[in-house]
Design a protein around this ligand. Structure first.
Ligand SMILES: *Cc1c(COP(=O)(O)O)cnc(C)c1O
Length: 332
């Protein structure tokens, strides 16, 4: 039903436009190529940001968006750093809910989901506006039915440590913008070619941050440790959810800076994993530093990562109580 993650897009999208008159009334439209002026601000000066969240179908047929308000708030925060106009949160929220309702029949049963991708672009047709905020903008929301991320079994990931370069400019790391992905891509491509790495763990000056598209967590039977939030890393909603749940499960939650040396010491006995909306929590099996491969624990799927992922997945699926009030039911 759902193809590879992100390849299948629903027939309906939600659209709103901004110009001097303010925001248009949002509309549901047929998903189709966009008409953008070739001089549009985003095509030259990368004025764009996006979000990624999921809606899940529960066993009783009801549909629930996960941490909708948190994603809307982060979307607005990204837009602010990029000097892009953003409609009131209530409007973005209702665009998403209306779209999910319209795409309801596309949503596969759990562990499938509807992945929701809001995007905001600066569209002012002016290639002279290099040092000026775009006076026009386009906001659209796509929906994409996705299957089980670990279809065919979970394979532990191989990470390459990058200590000289960085993923993004330090003040921009918390912004969910395509520019950061463009900035990290070459490094990831090279790590894939040289070491068969799945992802690069960016550790400028030996300080562990995150990978190109996921936050990085260390786990053992007692603790969950991850870098504290600052402007250099993306403030992952999955990270936040796992830390809240981990605390409830009795883990000590440690948010602090740590070095690559401390990381390599940790993985002689503990676990490492990546968190993000797409995979929720994916175990790391090995880490390459300076061409040398280090196994993480026994190189397999970590027991604590598995336990934590299941705890969150049960909330997604409506099979555990939503004690943190993270689900928003989408009206039929
Ligand atoms: C989206 C993203 C994440 C994960 O965020 P979630 O809200 O958990 O999906 C982590 N790092 C980067 C760089 C991201 O773009």
């Amino acid at each position: 039903m759902a193809g590879a993650f992100g390849t299948q897009i629903s027939r309906t999208m939600a659209v709103a436009r901004y110009d001097a008159g303010g925001w248009s009334t949002p509309a549901l439209e047929k998903t189709a190529p966009l008409a953008l002026d070739p001089a549009a601000h985003v095509l030259h000066y990368s004025s764009s940001c996006f979000e990624g969240l999921k809606a899940y179908r529960h066993d009783d047929g009801s549909v629930h968006a996960f941490r909708l308000d948190r994603h809307c708030a982060r979307f607005a925060a990204s837009a602010e750093v990029l000097c892009l106009p953003m409609p009131p949160v209530a409007l973005v929220r209702s665009m998403i809910l209306d779209l999910v309702a319209a795409c309801r029949d596309d949503i596969p049963p759990y562990p499938g989901a509807l992945y929701i991708r809001p995007v905001l672009l600066g569209t002012e047709p002016n290639i002279g506006a290099a040092a000026k905020a775009s006076s026009e903008a386009l906001l659209f929301v796509l929906a994409s039915p996705v299957g089980d991320y670990f279809q065919g079994g979970e394979k532990p990931l191989k990470l390459m440590i990058e200590e000289s370069g960085m993923r993004s400019a330090p003040h921009f790391g918390m912004v969910k913008t395509g520019g950061n992905y463009a900035s990290a891509l070459r490094c990831i491509q090279q790590a894939r070619e040289a070491f068969g790495a799945d992802q690069v763990l960016f550790c400028p000056d030996g300080q562990v941050q995150e990978t190109g598209a996921a936050n990085f967590l260390l786990l053992d039977d007692q603790r969950i440790m991850t870098k504290g939030l600052d402007s250099a890393i993306l403030h992952g909603v999955t990270r936040d959810s796992l830390l809240s749940l981990g605390g409830e499960l009795g883990y000590e939650i440690v948010e602090r800076d740590f070095t690559v040396d401390q990381l390599l010491e940790w993985v002689t006995h503990g676990e490492a994993a990546l968190s993000g909306t797409a995979a929720v929590l994916a175990s790391v099996g090995s880490i390459v530093r300076g061409g040398v491969e280090h196994h993480v624990g026994d190189g397999g799927i970590g027991a604590n990562a598995k336990r934590l992922r299941k705890a969150l997945a049960d909330i997604h699926a409506g099979r555990a109580a939503d004690t943190f009030d993270w689900l928003t039911e989408v009206p039929a």
